[in-house]
Design a protein around this ligand. Structure first.
Ligand code: ARG
Length: 572
């Protein structure tokens, strides 16, 4: 239990025993929410404002605070002071240091892990790239948010299923096949990959302007895909393979993996029963020849299920996918990590599932996020401002390498570290703000070793590792933990003690940025501690204590970075 939860529980007890007959007193949980960390350490390590109790106790706040201060007792609290309606708690710093370090170091790399998710399954739909398109920066956030959430849920004991719901169905693939048959050849496509497919696709549109009959041919090719025609399927699978080969490089660089690549086409033969069910439940209506689910009662446009020519739509495939996932994985939660532009799509989807009578529809969550722009420029396919993720990552690695060459020319594995730092800079920039906020990516900001950045946190981790390497050469006596009673060490310990709560809250809110924030705060607190105190000093018992705190910090930063998908080099 962390210190705030504990103080809250003890305060609740104290209230109940001091005023056994009072009604409407806050429970421990509410008290926990009211506890604050005062900006000035002279006001205590934690403060509890008692104003909320005045009504229930019919007593003035200063009097309440004084009564509580007199009644409070706990070996972890050195003293409790009543000041202007606040109850200020001063920790027994020695006990706090001992307890925190024991907890963190005993747990090792499992500090913050939990089994609250045991027996529960979370499906995560993320990255979900489109076939025959290159992996652009537009798909970075879904990829990294999903990857991080998967790690967070794993660490909390859930069973997770990572799904890359490939965009591999639609009439555009008929046009692409048609274009390939007319102007493409195997060697060029093998060599050029997705770029060559895109070239053919663009050519198709240019030619179709002049000769509209091409569109009919495109449709005919799509019909062949729908009918499982041998040649069409062979080519289509090959295009898919090419795209996945292309994106595999990016996934490798980012360390991202999936448990399933079941995309839209996977559900084509699973839609009929869903459509029958919709019809049987009386949910389908015909509108201008199309079959739709009316959602006017919910103030939403109708959900399109079948076009007038009988073709399925994005929603139809997503309905089949959700039902398939429930039947296959029996998920307790299904997260869709998709940009906010698709808000309406998911609200409609979940509402239709609800109308079909699926109780579990309430466990489907759209984890939406904002847009990413680049050095102040919006990224847009239409305006031709596209940045390919592979290029961005390669550039980040090169830029990091240049910085490392300058800062630490003698580093043994510079290339490897440059990769970790370059990728870390990009991922950190992506996961450092509330996900719903739009992000502007800037090189200067992302690669600044002194700002709130990936490299800064990684550098602090490497600093801890360096301290530990040097300490390993000393023979240290038992630690004297009174060396950790100063403000800097205590601030750091406080952050470390809160880490398990942060992970749980990040999971509850689908917000990896809370972990990014926590590791940044820890890195800053460690550096402050590092500059104010000699870690490896003459007093060996004090040194042992500071080294133990360094080890705890190193463990937590490493785990925190891992949870957001960033590697932690030991030397930089
Ligand atoms: N492929 C879509 C896109 O790139 C995202 C798919 C999201 N997942 C889903 N089940 N609809 O926009």
């Amino acid at each position: 239990m962390d210190m705030m939860t504990r103080i809250a529980a003890l305060t609740a007890d104290c209230l109940a025993s001091t005023w056994p007959d009072a009604e409407g007193l806050p429970a421990a949980e509410e008290i926990r929410g009211l506890l604050a960390v005062p900006p000035d350490p002279n006001m205590g390590d934690y403060a509890f404002p008692v104003f909320r109790l005045a009504k229930a106790l019919r007593m003035a706040p200063p009097k309440i605070a004084q009564t509580l201060a007199d009644a409070w007792k706990d070996e972890n609290i050195a003293r409790v002071e009543a000041v202007n309606g606040y109850l200020n708690f001063f920790l027994n710093r020695l006990n706090f240091a001992r307890e925190t370090l024991n907890t963190v170091l005993l747990a090792g790399d499992q500090y913050g892990a939990s089994d609250i998710g045991a027996g529960k399954t979370v499906c995560l739909d993320y990255s979900s790239i489109n076939i025959a398109k290159r992996f652009s920066v537009g798909h970075l956030s879904t990829t990294m948010l999903g990857h991080s959430l998967k790690r967070i849920y794993d660490f909390l004991g859930y069973t997770t299923v990572g799904i890359n719901h490939l965009g591999d169905w639609g009439t555009q693939f008929g046009k692409m096949l048609c274009a390939y048959k007319m102007w493409g050849n195997e060697a060029d496509v093998e060599k050029g990959g997705v770029n060559e497919l895109l070239r053919l696709y663009v050519k198709f549109h240019e030619e179709a302007e002049k000769d509209p009959s091409l569109d009919d041919q495109g449709r005919a090719w799509f019909k062949k895909i729908e009918d499982n025609d041998e040649e069409a399927m062979r080519l289509f699978s090959w295009f898919k393979e090419l795209t996945l080969r292309d994106t595999a490089k990016v996934y490798d660089l980012l360390g991202v993996t999936f448990d399933s690549y079941a995309g839209e086409s996977f559900y084509i033969d699973k839609m009929a029963p869903v459509i029958d069910d919709l019809r049987a439940k009386g949910l389908l209506t015909i509108s201008e020849g199309a079959s739709v689910v009316d959602l006017s009662e919910d103030d939403m446009p109708p959900c399109l299920i079948l076009r007038s020519d009988g073709a399925s739509l994005y929603h139809t495939r997503d309905l089949a996918a959700a039902i398939y996932r429930q039947n296959t994985y029996h998920f307790d939660k299904c997260l869709y990590v998709v940009a906010y532009q698709q808000d309406l799509h998911f609200r409609q989807l979940f509402r239709v599932l609800e109308k079909m009578g699926y109780e579990w529809a309430k466990n489907c969550v759209h984890v939406s996020f904002g847009m990413i722009s680049f050095e102040g420029q919006a990224l847009s396919t239409r305006k031709g401002n596209i940045i390919y993720l592979e290029d961005l990552l390669e550039q980040a690695i090169q830029k990091s390498l240049a910085i490392i060459e300058e800062k630490s020319p003698n580093l043994p594995n510079k290339e490897e570290v440059a990769r970790q730092v370059g990728i870390g800079a990009v991922v950190y920039a992506d996961l450092s703000n509330n996900r719903i906020k739009d992000i502007d990516f800037s090189w200067d900001r992302a690669l600044n070793f002194d700002g709130e950045t990936g490299p800064y946190v990684q550098y602090t981790h490497a600093r801890c590792c360096s301290v530990l390497r040097k300490a390993a050469e000393l023979s240290l006596p038992e630690a004297d933990l009174s060396a950790l009673e100063d403000d800097e060490a205590q601030a750091l310990l406080r952050l470390l003690s809160r880490f398990p709560d942060v992970i749980r809250e990040a999971a509850d809110r689908y917000e990896p940025s809370m972990i990014t924030r926590a590791v940044t705060d820890i890195a800053q607190a460690y550096n402050k501690f590092y500059y104010e105190h000699r870690i490896l000093g003459d007093d060996l018992a004090a040194t042992a204590a500071r080294v133990a705190l360094t080890r705890a910090t190193r463990n937590v930063i490493k785990r925190g970075l891992w949870l957001v998908g960033i590697e932690a080099p030991e030397r930089m």
